[in-house]
Write a protein that binds this ligand. Structure first.
Ligand code: MSP
Length: 508
């Protein structure tokens, strides 16, 4: 059974910012971790290209929406490549195949009797592409997220009978294994408790959308079309477009990873749409927090964004990946601070891990003929560091599985700190003078082994750094399945070690 993992499909109204990159970095780490667990991962990402927001962005540039989308989608794809994202699919909702899938999907819910024509009136946020509830006592209505004035709309739209799914959605969101983290589950429960209202799934007066079959004036509401994009992604590079085949292609999704602002669409609207279409619902949703700057959500509309392309060229991708996933509790908001990034990266990766590797490699090379000490592997099976490593491996795997990256990072750092302490206390530089070569050999071998384990456990978060550690240790990382790589005692005694190089230059 494949492990299908999705990022949200990003709006292409503008180029990506660090907030949008954050979700993809997290998904990438989760995808890599699951591959190492031996799962057949389908990691989906892509762009959401329709709707008023994008139509207006194209207008402002005086180009066609399609040309605008082509340009911005390209920027996303290049950026993801620069960040070494390991996605398997990149879906675009302006593609022809997507139109076909959306139409088949619509046919199914129409056949279920869940579509009707109605009138939609209300205050609309173009940033969110969503109607908002407002305080009728106020003169002007603003979107809290985008700080933009809402627009009044009054249109004839097609509606989806969401209200019919009240009981099913309630029991779904009450499940303890559906919405994570728990705090977000409660937010959704409160929303659903108020009673689900039918929502409009088409727009009139909007050209830049997929035409609704049989309703020439209407195009699909961008959220309706975008959610179906997850299904389209599974059909890319397949000849069939029949929704009946979804089960064979990797549906339902194992995890939809989304920001907290769009959790409701995924936890309520999307499952109801799928139920209506007679398709399985996703297994799990994870609603992460926002990256903020001075407490405010980082966003294009607020103009407080950090350009990920600029950031990567200053610091490189691994340091930023590390900072974001190690420092911010995944699920909560986190304030992005450059000074903190520099301190965390220098301390963890350069000082704790980098120095551990560097000094052990130097000792090993100096005392053991430029190589790994010649030891008898059976002698080091019960070394104290073997049990510390075992604990770290267990807790790192548990934490990665829980999608708790900051705790996984801590589990790894614990092994590095324990190894540093072990070196300081066992003082091999003194013991080497006493002729107890066997003890020094075994100690040095075990610290090298610890750094190998550290390097492997780091691979989902900082893949480039991890492979540098492997090179330094002359270890051929199996890379496909951790169960082989995480055994204790795999470094080959006597193998030559290259001259130590810093795995990371300290950041300024
Ligand atoms: N197009 C919709 C998603 C459709 S999914 C079928 C959308 N796009 S978005 O580009 O506005 O946002 C994409 C993701 O980026 C969302 O999960 C959103 O929460 C996330 N982020 C945008 N700004 C963010 C931060 N400042 N911090 C963290 N994530 C943020 O919504």
């Amino acid at each position: 059974m494949p492990y299908t993992l999705t990022t949200p499909l990003f709006y292409v109204n503008d180029k990506p910012h660090l907030g949008s990159t954050y979700t993809t970095i997290a998904c990438d780490a989760l995808a890599r971790f699951n591959r190492y667990q031996g799962h057949d991962v389908i990691f989906i990402t892509g762009v959401d290209e329709h709707g008023q927001k994008i139509e207006r962005s194209a207008e402002a540039k005086n180009i066609s929406p399609q040309q605008h989308c082509d340009e911005v989608s390209q920027v996303y794809q290049e950026l993801w490549a620069n960040w070494s994202m390991s996605h398997d699919r990149f879906v675009r909702t302006s593609s022809e195949i997507h139109t076909n899938i959306v139409n088949s999907f619509f046919d199914r819910i129409n056949d279920s009797g869940d579509i009707y024509m109605g009138r939609q009136q209300g205050w609309y946020c173009i940033g969110c592409e969503e109607y908002k509830d407002v305080d009728p006592n106020l003169k002007e209505h603003k979107c809290e997220l985008h700080q933009k004035v809402l627009e009044w709309k009054d249109e004839e739209n097609l509606f989806f009978r969401l209200s019919r799914f009240q009981t099913q959605i309630e029991s779904l969101i009450n499940r303890e294994d559906f919405i994570f983290p728990e705090s977000r589950r409660n937010e959704i429960k409160n929303f659903v408790k108020q009673g689900l209202r039918d929502f409009s799934i088409s727009r009139v007066n909007l050209k830049w959308g997929i035409p609704v079959p049989g309703y020439s004036e209407h195009t699909f509401y961008v959220w309706f079309d975008a959610l179906v994009g997850y299904l389209t992604a599974l059909f890319l590079s397949h000849t069939s477009t029949s929704l009946d085949n979804l089960g064979k292609l990797g549906w339902p999704a194992s995890v939809h990873m989304v920001g907290k602002d769009i959790l409701r669409f995924h936890a309520v609207y999307w499952p109801a749409m799928l139920l209506s279409a007679g398709l399985p619902i996703p297994n799990k949703l994870f609603g992460h927090g926002f990256l903020t700057r001075e407490g405010q959500k980082m966003g294009k509309s607020l103009g407080n964004i950090i350009d990920p392309a600029e950031l990567i060229s200053t610091y490189g991708s691994d340091p930023i990946r590390w900072y974001l996933l190690r420092d911010i509790k995944f699920g909560s908001d986190g304030d992005f601070q450059k000074e903190r990034l520099v301190n965390i990266v220098n301390n963890d990766l350069a000082n704790i891990i980098g120095n551990l590797l560097n000094r052990t490699l130097s000792m090993s090379r100096k005392w053991f003929d430029n190589g790994i000490p010649l030891i008898n592997i059976s002698n080091i099976k019960s070394h104290i560091l073997a049990s510390v490593a075992e604990e770290s491996i267990k807790s790192a795997i548990t934490n990665y599985s829980k999608i708790s990256f900051h705790e996984a990072a801590e589990s790894i750092l614990n092994l590095a700190s324990a190894s540093n302490i072990y070196l300081n206390e066992s003082q091999p530089w003194k013991v080497i003078r006493t002729d107890d070569i066997q003890k020094v050999s075994e100690d040095i071998y075990c610290v090298l082994e610890s750094t190998r384990i550290i390097g492997i456990l780091l691979a989902p978060i900082v893949p480039e750094l991890s492979s540098k550690i492997m090179q330094q240790l002359s270890y051929q990382f199996n890379n496909s399945n951790w169960t082989l790589d995480l055994n204790w005692g795999l470094l080959v005694p006597g193998n030559k070690l290259p001259e130590p190089q810093p795995i990371l230059n300290k950041l300024d």
